[in-house]
Ligand binder design. Structure first.
Ligand code: ADP
Length: 319
């Protein structure tokens, strides 16, 4: 293999730049030419493909977002769109591709491998919802953004007697809510993987109130539903002032944490190694602090699971 390509697709996440940098530098280290594909699968179909040099990825390791830009590209779900992409790659003499993105992007990568084009997936999403890896690139940074925000809300919360509901991202996964709720000592954490009883939330709030707590924090994953609606329900049931904060896209931005930069560097480098070893359809991940890889088709069949021990721990610590 003499030429490879790299693209970022779907929702961006902090640390994607560090992954691009690792792919580019690792390839050049092994005398492989690297091409950047701009705007994800849209740019792949429209031939927005440019050669990258060592300097192309200078000064990006600490920046959020993605210097290759990203896109959602419905047309890439069609076979015609995918074949157009393969044709463009071949036109530039590119023999293997690295796709950095979430599970939607992985499905695009899976289609490319189905057309016989060697493709490796790198998990880049703040949601931590990709099977086959303990952590995705961007999750740690998003988590730190959330806990900084909750810490600030806590400061103002102590000045008033109120209940605060914080809605966090995560799509259908509760990892951001669970980890940030645990890290911030939330009274209740609502995640889509677990049913919740409003009566249980109210009982916890009442217990806290009775022992003199001046404020309570409830973290709601967006996959559960609207934080605003849950806030209304609590306010009506408890007759206690309730404020809702929907953190939104602030969770996607910011300078990546050291953990995300290191993870991105390790995964990016491994993806290049796999292409050099002749791999056709793998995804890279981290498990027990070891970089692993597995079949992308198998990975996509595995359900994302939330850590039950963490769910239980959060319950026990917020009695
Ligand atoms: P993420 O990668 O963050 O999950 P999306 O779900 O929006 O983001 O997926 C990103 C892009 O991946 C889509 O816009 C589309 O171009 C491509 N994609 C998603 N699903 C498929 C599929 N089944 N087949 C081919 N491409 C897909």
């Amino acid at each position: 293999m003499k030429r490879i390509g790299v693209l970022t697709s779907g929702g961006d996440s902090p640390g994607m730049n560090a992954a691009i940098r690792a792919v580019v530098r690792k390839a050049i280290y092994h005398d492989i030419e690297v091409f950047g594909i701009y705007h994800g699968y849209t740019g792949l179909m429209n031939d927005e493909i440019k050669k990258m040099e060592i300097g192309s990825v200078a000064d990006i390791i600490h920046r959020g977002g993605t210097m290759l830009y990203s896109s959602r590209c419905p047309e890439f779900k069609t076979v015609e769109g995918q074949l157009k992409g393969v044709e463009n790659l071949k036109k530039h003499g590119i023999e293997g591709l690295v796709v950095i993105g979430g599970d939607g992007s992985y499905r695009g990568a899976q289609k490319l491998t189905g057309h016989g084009f060697p493709t490796i997936g790198i998990p880049g999403t703040i949601d931590n919802d990709i099977p086959g890896t303990d952590f995705t690139i961007g999750f740690d940074t998003a988590l730190n953004t959330v806990i900084q925000a909750i810490d600030k809300i806590r400061d103002t919360a102590t000045s008033h007697e109120r209940t605060y509901v914080i809605e966090v991202m995560g799509r259908d996964a509760g990892d951001i809510a669970l980890w940030s709720g645990l890290a911030d000592g939330a009274e209740s954490i609502l995640i889509p993987e677990e049913n919740y009883e409003m009566s249980d939330i109210l009982a916890r709030l009442k217990r806290g109130h009775d022992r003199g707590k001046r404020h309570s924090i409830i973290v709601v994953a967006e996959g559960v539903g609207s934080g605003v609606e849950i806030g209304k329900e609590i306010q009506e049931a408890m007759n206690m002032e309730t404020r809702v904060t929907v953190l939104g896209h602030v969770q996607r931005g910011g300078s990546p944490t050291a953990t995300d930069r290191v993870l991105a560097s390790r995964l990016g480098a491994r993806a290049v190694e796999l292409l050099l070893e002749g791999a056709q359809d793998r995804t890279v991940g981290i498990h027990n602090n070891q970089i692993i890889d597995l079949d992308i088709n198998e990975a996509l069949k595995m359900p994302h699971k939330v850590d039950q021990k963490m769910v239980q721990l959060a319950r026990e610590l917020s009695i």
